[in-house]
Design a protein around this ligand. Sequence first.
Ligand code: FAD
Length: 370
Amino acid sequence: MKRVVIAGLGDTGLLVAMGVANAAEVVGITPKPALVSGQELGMRVARPDVWRAHYLVDFRRYRALRGVQVRHGLVQQLDLSQNAVTVRAADGAIETITWDALVLAPGVTNGFWRTPTLETREAVDTGIDTLASELASAKSIAVIGGGATGVSAASNLKEAHGATRVVLAFSQDEQLPGYHPRVRAAVRARLLAQGVELLPGHRALPPPGFTFDRLTRGAVSFSDGRPPLDVEVTLWAVGQTRPNTSFVPPQLLDERGFIRVDEHLRVRDTTNVFAVGDAAATDPNRSSARNGGYGVVAHNVRRLLAGQRTGLKSFRPTAHRWGSVLGIQRDGLRVFAPNGFAFRFAPFWVRNVLFPWIVSRGIYRGIDSA
Ligand SMILES: Cc1cc2nc3c(=O)[nH]c(=O)nc-3n(C[C@H](O)[C@H](O)[C@H](O)COP(=O)(O)OP(=O)(O)OC[C@H]3O[C@@H](n4cnc5c(N)ncnc54)[C@H](O)[C@@H]3O)c2cc1C
């Protein structure tokens, strides 16, 4: 039987594994002991238990993953001439695994929010809880960064801790670059209605040598002579993302370290290597995690394994980022379409239709209860 190796079992690698599990022997390599999703990070810091219920899921609960070999380890090296990866397992053992098709889905590193480090389930849980309880006990919080993570964190922290002062500072004139103007306007209105204070045009100055990997305490300084902001705790979400591609040969990467792919999400200058998710250089928003990129890769890998050179699917990015920005809140879940219009699922529909039917059964093909 042909073998597919998947480097990274995050949001996209997991779905590719499910999509090829019936067609090949599948080996997924992951430094995390469970799906630690990159979605809804604002909810994760404000209401970790609600987040955990949907976004931190043991691999064995996914029915469509049965038969897939999940290795707890990190890909350290990729040898294109031998079709082989070298993996360092969590126990330190080194293993070489060969492939007929390889899928690269290693995502990005983003401060403490998302990391490529080997972790136990206990370490993942402790990290999430420690941060959330530090924020819960603060009387005032600054969130730095106007991207989806910063905006979502500010909104969810205010929603969870109503008496806490929450200030969102960002360097641009408007929050949510890359999103449709209607999304920006709707989210701004929501933040103001919640009582989040907005500081546009404020570029925060991080402490010297700071790598955005923890909270900071005390006043925040800004450039351009803006007065400092006196807060107890600061949460940094400044989008300094780095692709987790140190193990990928440099000739496969663009100048920023993202993986160069063609329209079929095949890595350029290769025949049997694909890339998907936040590390794949697909379009300006690198949006293959949310525009069905995992389905394109799973289909194309199946064609490749069946020896078919035609009928490959192409990836079609959208002009604007879309999806949920704020996550599940008291009044339900708003999902924004690429044209900026929002659809709100009321809490009843989130609980009884969206998660059990559309997400668990539709996208993940069945998830057993915890
Ligand atoms: C179904 C779905 C719905 C989504 N909905 C939304 C939405 O509504 N709103 C929104 O904003 N976004 C949404 N997203 C996108 C999401 O925010 C991120 O873009 C997504 O988490 C990126 O997935 P990824 O697999 O590229 O990275 P990750 O989920 O971060 O996974 C990468 C994994 O690879 C591991 N890794 C790193 N290095 C190595 C290595 N050397 N060897 C092995 N493993 C390694 C990492 O530790 C991590 O576990 C959605 C994504 C999906 C799939």
